[in-house]
Design a protein around this ligand. Structure first.
Ligand SMILES: O=C(O)CCC(=O)C(=O)O
Length: 266
């Protein structure tokens, strides 16, 4: 999958791009099933909300075949390679749960702020590409983005260790207000299988999910190989040290695996 010049223009100008219908229901249904299995384990990679509900599962591409195939999927890898003009490695991999009733807030932040401060990443030549596993609606805690905020570089941030179970470098209200005055806020919504990519410096957040509808999203953090992290402080399963370039699998690989999996279950 290649981005058009118009899509690349929107990404550079606005800092985000929404690509509906990238994955078929059979592919996404498999991922949902596998995610539920992972959330039920007591692996160290499964991070929980203060209530005990799953918040995120890290590094599933290293121990789960379906998520491994997604992590090397050409529909995700090729567009990001196109933006950075080089091959990519996986810096981080998360399956965020935003569980029904219990999914907690993600405060306003920039991802590259964390990658630079905690992992020693040299430049914002990495980005998150999100795959919706559930329908993301205005009511179940969609990701909110501040368009154009990526043009302001790394903003000063405080390390919030209190608000949720997960430490995050967060922005103050004045900074967010100033950026929203300029760019507004968008909250892309859509069906399972939609994909959202956004610049590492784009300011974003999401509200708690108090609805009965889970909002599970997989995030691949893809980093240009030449921009590998120099001073990691977080565990390997949060900030990976395998800097080998990702070789994309066949476009049909996830669908083939989903079909085989379904047959085996029957
Ligand atoms: O999944 C969400 O709602 C937010 C996730 C996020 O902001 C992040 O992982 O940096």
């Amino acid at each position: 999958m290649q981005l058009t010049p118009q899509q690349l223009g929107q990404f550079h100008d606005e800092g985000w791009l929404f690509l509906p219908g990238c994955f078929a229901e059979a592919e996404v249904a498999l991922l949902r099933d596998e995610a539920e299995g992972i959330y039920k384990t007591n692996r160290q990679e499964v991070w929980r909300e203060k209530t005990g509900a799953p918040r995120t599962a890290f590094a599933a591409h290293t121990y789960n075949e379906a998520f491994r195939l997604l992590g090397s999927h050409p529909r995700l890898i090729r567009p990001v390679e196109q933006v950075f003009g080089e091959q990519l490695y996986m810096h981080q991999y998360k399956i965020n749960a935003k569980a029904a009733f219990e999914g907690d807030v993600w405060q306003w932040h920039q991802d590259y702020g964390t990658w630079a401060r905690d992992d020693g990443m040299a430049e914002p030549r990495a980005m998150n590409i999100a795959v919706f596993m559930d329908e993301v609606m205005p009511i179940n805690g969609p990701l909110m983005l501040v368009p154009k905020s990526h043009k302001h570089g790394v903003l000063s941030a405080g390390h919030d260790l209190e608000t949720t179970s997960y430490p995050l470098w967060t922005l103050d209200n004045d900074t967010v207000t100033r950026l929203v005055d300029e760019g507004g806020i968008v909250a892309p919504t859509g069906k399972p299988g939609s994909v959202l990519m956004f610049h590492g410096n784009l300011v974003h957040a999401s509200a708690p999910n108090i609805t009965p509808y889970p909002r599970r999203i997989v995030y691949l953090t893809l980093c240009a190989v030449s921009n590998y992290i120099r001073k990691p402080t977080r565990p390997e399963w949060i900030a990976h040290r395998d800097f080998r370039p990702i070789e994309p699998v066949a476009d049909s690989a996830l669908m083939d695996y989903a079909a085989a999996h379904k047959l085996a279950a029957e």
